[in-house]
Design a protein around this ligand. Structure first.
Ligand code: FAD
Length: 353
């Protein structure tokens, strides 16, 4: 097997690039480590409900995601934020009406963002998408780049698009080794939200709504520091989700964490909240296809993303970085994943080798 453009990573960025190459009848292969496409986009489904364990929101002023949703015939809705806010102090005392609805005006997708991934993946012929195929190494050759997979398969390509977080890409073997400043630039780019963990508690009824609460909580006690309503657009099952504020090492005992999550939900929303029908927990910090050890350090602000000079024009321009972390305008966000795909496409189309 050989191909012109080999894309590593079938997250939103890689999928979008593949779809655009497909539309241009360009020869490509899309290789994905996990058994599913989507990367950080992961939607759990339960009884008709959809629950985003990675990203859930997009915002006004993000043109690519809006256009993509429209093109795919999908629908969005506004984050639920009707009702009183709650605040929990260090001692677990709960006050109503304090804080602010930080995500009011954010948009969510009907079917979850997984619906977007399903629709995009359906546009890519099966023979071009290789799932469960982790790439382990890249070697420069006279005519291009040979990519080696974990199972030992070698795929020659004329160019490679790395549609994965630069830190994750830094774990691959490059032959010859990339320049020191390139490696340093790659490891220096923190992967957005990689150190995060999310919990979603699913219920048959939205009892917090009927009690006049929006589901929005700011907590100084934790484990969840920020909670929001995560119910589907219409009907149930209903849900609350929270970002877990404990550092990665402190949340490695999942059984204890689950118990603490239920106790917190009960403090905040009453006894009914203590027994969700399902409690989904996804810890991205321990997922090797999203995070490396450095991502266990908390990020206190949104980094300034973009493509550092040291990560350009590599291997005669045949090794190209994609993925949201190298998007200059919307880096980190799902909009940035699409922006990065557009930038890689422009390079492939103009800098033909
Ligand atoms: C908890 C959480 C909440 C978030 N919330 C939001 C939000 O509300 N709004 C928003 O805009 N953004 C949010 N984000 C960020 C958003 O998820 C990303 O911007 C976006 O999904 C990045 O897409 P990507 O394709 O660039 O990267 P990824 O989704 O990381 O895709 C990279 C792909 O490469 C694959 N891969 C890795 N290593 C290899 C290998 N060796 N071989 C082959 N394949 C490999 C991975 O499996 C993955 O599929 C959130 C992220 C998280 C984790």
């Amino acid at each position: 097997m050989q191909t012109q453009t080999l894309i590593i990573g079938a997250g939103l960025s890689g999928l979008c690039l593949a779809r655009q190459l497909q539309a241009q009848n360009h020869d490509y292969m899309l290789v994905e480590a996990r058994s599913r496409p989507g990367g950080r986009i992961l939607t759990e489904r339960l009884e008709g409900g959809y629950f985003d364990m990675g990203p859930a929101w997009f915002w006004p002023g993000q043109p690519r995601i809006a256009a993509l949703i429209k093109r795919l015939g999908l629908e969005w809705f506004e984050q639920y934020s009707t009702g009183a806010l709650s605040f929990e102090d260090e001692a677990g005392r709960v006050e109503r009406g304090r804080g602010f609805a930080s995500m009011q005006g954010s948009y969510r997708l009907k079917g979850g963002l997984g619906a977007l991934i399903d629709a995009l993946a359906a546009e890519i012929p099966q023979k071009r998408l290789m799932l469960s195929t982790p790439v382990v190494g890249l070697a420069k050759s006279a005519s291009g780049i040979t990519v080696t997979t974990q199972s030992g398969q070698a795929i020659p390509a004329q160019e490679v698009a790395l549609a994965l977080p630069p830190r994750v890409a830094s774990q691959l073997t490059f032959s010859p080794a990339l320049p020191k400043e390139t490696h340093a630039a790659m490891t220096g780019i923190a992967t957005w939200m990689a150190g995060q963990a999310k919990a979603i508690a699913v219920y048959d009824t939205p009892f917090w709504r009927t009690a006049g609460l929006s589901g929005d909580v700011m907590s100084r006690r934790g484990p969840m520091v920020e909670i929001h309503d995560a119910s589907p657009a219409e009907g149930g099952p209903y849900a609350l989700f929270g970002f877990i504020g404990l550092p990665p090492r402190a949340r490695s005992n999942e059984e204890r964490l689950r118990q603490e999550l239920k106790e917190q939900l009960s403090r905040l929303f009453g006894a009914e909240a203590a027994e969700p029908k399902t409690l989904f927990v996804k810890d991205w910090a321990f997922d090797p296809f999203t995070s490396i050890e450095a991502d266990q350090q908390p990020l206190y602000a949104h980094p300034q993303y973009g493509l550092p000079h040291a990560m350009t024009r590599l291997w005669d321009g045949r090794l190209i970085f994609g993925g949201t972390e190298v998007a200059p305008q919307f880096g980190g966000y799902i909009e940035g994943a699409l922006e990065a795909a557009d930038n890689v496409l422009a390079l492939i189309m103009t800098e033909k080798v």
